[in-house]
Write a new protein. Structure first.
Length: 224
């Protein structure tokens, strides 16, 4: 079912948030303090979108058209007005139009299909198993390259959950991560991811290095 367009505040970041994944945020800029104050009791609290151009801080950056709704899990407020947040990625959306009439970016969005509708697909289930196997093989190659042993966490859930968990754990560049976020439904996403995992493993085995290893959203705070 297609939901009617609605308005959602957006938080531009140089990070891609995948559905189901956790992201810590440090809020210090006045406009995003206001965003938090306006939306602290709302779910989703805001949408997270990858910055296309411009800076996160002080600018009015251009953003990619597909983002992820963020549900607030925890907020720690400081006396000087700063806030530390923990959010979880929810449903994906597409930006139809946006404006800066508020202190922050607000957009009309439409919700994208929920990949969990494919949970019973035989093809998606088969691809999810292949992706988990390819991810384990990648970790083995990474361990041999670095002289360490790496074991991936147990991934629970259906095909879409597997895809997004692996996407979040891989050191893809933001362009690749954004491209994966935009793929739907689950089977095409898993097929694309499977090819990228095989590519990354071959890079490790032939050159000793993988693709672009940018900052992983789960390893620290993203500051606005």
């Amino acid at each position: 079912m297609t939901l009617a367009p609605e308005t959602l505040p957006l938080f531009p970041l140089q990070t891609v948030l995948f559905p189901g994944m956790l992201l810590p945020l440090h809020i210090f800029e006045p406009r995003y303090r206001k965003l938090f104050a306006d939306r602290a009791e709302c779910d989703p609290i805001f949408g997270i979108v990858l910055t296309r151009s411009g800076r996160e801080v002080g600018d009015r950056p251009e953003v990619h058209a597909v983002g992820t709704a963020a549900t607030l899990l925890e907020a720690i407020r400081y006396d000087d007005g700063r806030v530390d947040l923990a959010v979880r990625g929810g449903r994906r959306f597409r930006v139809l139009d946006g404006n800066w009439d508020e202190a922050y970016l607000t957009a009309t969005i439409e919700w994208l299909p929920d990949e969990r509708a494919e949970e019973g697909s035989d093809e998606a289930a088969r691809l999810a198993r292949q992706v988990q196997g390819a991810f384990a093989t990648y970790l083995e190659a990474l361990g041999r390259t670095m002289g360490q042993r790496f074991e991936g966490p147990e991934i629970r859930g259906g095909p879409a959950a597997v895809a997004y968990a692996v996407c979040a754990m891989m050191p893809f560049g933001t362009a690749d991560s954004q491209r994966l976020l935009q793929v739907d439904p689950a089977a095409p996403l898993l097929h694309e991811l499977l090819g990228m995992l095989k590519r990354e493993r071959e890079l490790l085995l032939t050159t000793g290095v993988g693709g672009q290893a940018d900052h992983h959203p789960g390893r620290g705070f993203s500051a606005n």
